[in-house]
Design a protein around this ligand. Structure first.
Ligand SMILES: [Zn+2]
Length: 711
């Protein structure tokens, strides 16, 4: 799995998929609807019931009554996925007779062999992908058109289909248990490691999507993604009430990321910053409510006053990309944003009938991907947004800004750790030390020793990590089998590595160390990894937070730490509301499956206002603000947004545990080799507590005390 980490945009990437090449992108509780296709197994049940009863009698006689519960479960699981093209009664009965492991020795052999062979499959598939992406990922000269085709090819795309076709998937379903999240949470703590590995083995085959359903999901994802990727605002063409252009020529900002980040950077402009921030807020609101004129989207050929909503042909030219609009009007964007969101919903819902243990997208997202029940996630997020620490932090921000808060201050970015070194000083230090990727590779044992790993462990880790020169900013790539190394891709310029590159390399090295332990030191490769992306990010941040010490410089002081904590807390407060909105909108869609794009627009706006009025208006003293609904992920990412705030909470829990433990090395190894059990079980073993908001809130309380203390 390739992991790119943007420091400002945490926890992007995908959850570690529990299934082989699963196509299903995302998902909640079943709501009946005329658009849901009939599951394939309905056609086969007429003979299947009789066959199953016959087999149950026959095989219990053969293997003993003790095998009855396993057999009953196995037959039910096979029935759920069997389709007419898999065969008739004769083939079904032969398959079960041949493949039911009726004694422990056969079952053990089957388990061990599948574990070994699936590791080989995953490992080699990944090896092919890594090689095929090499030219695109590494700094190795020009990328030719065919390199991109190699890079986009996924050799494992059809493995799941193949395994159902050759019936290896049915062998698993006949012998190992499918589980619900409820069972994993309730019974999981008492399971042996082998039982956990069996559960993960079966989960790989818990869904069987027909090709047309996978295709519909992929198409909705591509179409909405394309819509988002081309949604630019040309800033030079925004006019204020006096007809003035506040932004420079050629500034093209992608919604929502660039527009939000422009609000952040305008805090530095003492003269015009506030006017620009207010104008961007208005643009964002018009995108959400779809009162934005269609003609101004991605078009430098039109001047637009977002206050009056007037449009006219551009009076000044800054780009050849201008598209002439005949009969120019300010006709609004016709709910396209919500039509795109609705498409992702309609496509996702088609998968519901083929996913018996998680029959909605909401259930698949929370129960399958995150493995934290939605109700608990909601409670944790509400704990953050209703915390009294929000008002205290807001007061500090207000004092620093010297004015009352405005709604766009949810993106306040003034909490910054002070540094006694300039970026240039740090660049000089790093360049000298790491002129090449090989120089960094050679220094890994030394860096790890500084983080508290024993010389033996540091050498062992260094031997399992290969450093390559990256084309982009850098990323970590885990191995999928024990014979392979993890890869650390890092940016090396002509003069060598710069400080930013070093900071990222240390973060990626944290991923690599987690990856090496969680693959090579875990007791079952079926449990390889961590519960989800948030966990590996949290572990990578532990490394990254010590980057100055790795350069032999003093660690950040208490005030710097406090600034960083408040920055994270304010960011979590903001993104928690966005996540609550994403969740509520998906529920609304499942409750109103026939709603039009326009109705979805109105509902989203109402839900956004409601969440704002409950958790933000008390601090910002303005009501009915819709800004929380501007995130592009909401339109094209299938209920992904809750990952961000959950990630922040997990990061604080792990950081606190590392502080308690003192030396990072041994503690990092202990927790990284627990493998992919549920997040709560993992966190209980790591810290003694389930996943929760307390660590973040405690740290925030201390940070406020530190910053409010007289200097
Ligand atoms: Zn990362």
């Amino acid at each position: 799995m390739r992991r790119t980490c943007l420091i400002s945009l945490l926890f992007i990437g995908q959850f570690i998929a529990p299934s082989l090449g699963a196509q299903d992108t995302a998902m909640h509780t079943a709501t009946t609807s005329p658009e849901i296709p009939v599951p394939a197994n309905v056609n086969t049940t007429s003979w299947m019931k009789d066959s199953a009863a016959k087999l149950q009698h026959e095989l219990t006689g053969k293997y003993g009554e003790g095998q009855m519960p396993r057999l009953t479960r196995g037959l039910r699981q096979v029935e759920e996925f069997w389709r007419p093209e898999d065969g008739g009664a004769g083939e079904f009965e032969d398959f079960v007779r041949t493949n039911f492991a009726g004694d422990q020795a056969t079952l053990d052999t089957m388990f061990n062999r599948f574990e070994r062979l699936l590791e080989q499959l995953d490992g080699h598939m990944h090896e092919i992908s890594r090689e095929f992406r090499q030219q695109m990922d590494l700094d190795l000269g020009p990328v030719l058109p065919f390199d991109e085709v190699f890079g986009g090819y996924d050799p494992s795309a059809h493995v799941l289909d193949d395994f159902f076709r050759n019936k290896l998937a049915f062998t698993i379903l006949l012998n190992f248990p499918l589980t619900t999240l409820d069972e994993r949470l309730k019974d999981g703590p008492a399971w042996s490691r082998r039982q956990w590995a069996e559960v993960r083995l079966a989960q790989r085959f818990s869904k069987r999507l027909p090709a047309e359903v996978s295709l519909a999901i992929a198409q909705a994802e591509a179409e909405s993604g394309q819509y988002i990727a081309e949604y630019n605002i040309w800033m030079y063409h925004l006019l204020d009430a006096q007809g003035q252009r506040l932004f420079p020529p050629n500034m093209r900002l992608l919604s929502h990321w660039n527009l939000r980040d422009e609000i952040k950077s305008e805090y530095a402009d003492a003269r015009n910053g506030l006017a620009k921030q207010r104008m961007i807020q208005l643009v964002l609101e018009r995108i959400v409510t779809q009162t934005i004129p269609q003609a101004v989207i991605n078009n430098p050929g039109v001047d637009w006053n977002p206050y009056s909503n007037e449009v006219k042909p551009a009076a000044a030219k800054d780009s050849d990309a201008a598209v002439p609009v005949s009969g120019l009007t300010n006709a609004r964007e016709p709910d396209t944003r919500y039509a795109m969101l609705r498409k992702t919903f309609v496509a996702s819902r088609e998968a519901d009938a083929y996913s018996p243990t998680e029959p909605t997208l909401i259930a698949r997202r929370f129960d399958e991907d995150r493995e934290i029940p939605e109700a608990r996630v909601k409670a944790m997020l509400e704990q953050v947004v209703t915390s009294p620490l929000v008002a205290q932090t807001a007061k500090l921000i207000q004092a620093r800004l010297g004015r009352p808060l405005e709604p766009f201050d949810i993106w306040y970015n003034g909490f910054r750790p002070g540094s006694s070194y300039s970026e240039a000083q740090l660049d000089g230090l790093v360049e000298k030390r790491y002129p090449t990727a090989a120089a960094y590779q050679e220094d890994i044992p030394n860096l790890l020793a500084r983080l508290g790993f024993s010389p033996e462990r540091a050498r062992y880790l260094a031997n399992h990590i290969a450093v390559d020169p990256a084309r982009g900013a850098g990323h970590a790539m885990a191995a999928q089998m024990r014979a392979e190394k993890a890869h650390l891709r890092t940016r090396i310029d002509k003069n060598g590595m710069d400080y930013k590159g070093f900071n990222i390399a240390v973060h990626e090295m944290g991923h690599n160390v987690e990856e090496v332990f969680s693959l090579n030191e875990v007791d079952h490769t079926l449990l390889q990894g961590v519960p989800n992306t948030a966990f590996t990010e949290a572990l990578a941040f532990v490394f990254q937070g010590h980057d100055l010490e790795l350069l032999g410089l003093p660690a950040p002081d208490a005030r710097s730490e406090a600034e960083k904590t408040l920055n994270d807390f304010w960011g979590t407060y903001e993104i928690a509301g966005v996540a609550l909105l994403d969740m509520a909108v998906w529920h609304w869609m499942y409750d109103h499956p026939q709603a039009t794009a326009h109705e979805l627009n109105q509902a989203t706006v109402e839900i956004a206002k409601d969440i704002w009025n409950r958790y933000y208006a008390p601090v910002f003293h303005q009501k009915d603000i819709v800004l929380l609904a501007v995130y592009s992920h909401m339109i094209s990412s299938f209920l992904y947004l809750p990952d961000y705030p959950i990630g922040h909470l997990i990061a604080f829990q792990i950081e606190e545990q590392m502080k308690k433990a003192g030396a990072i090395g041994p503690e990092f190894e202990r927790i990284a080799k627990m493998g992919r059990v549920t997040p709560d079980l993992w966190m209980e073993s790591a810290t003694g507590h389930p996943v929760g908001a307390e660590a973040l809130l405690d740290a925030t309380g201390q940070a406020l005390a530190e910053l409010n203390a007289p200097r």
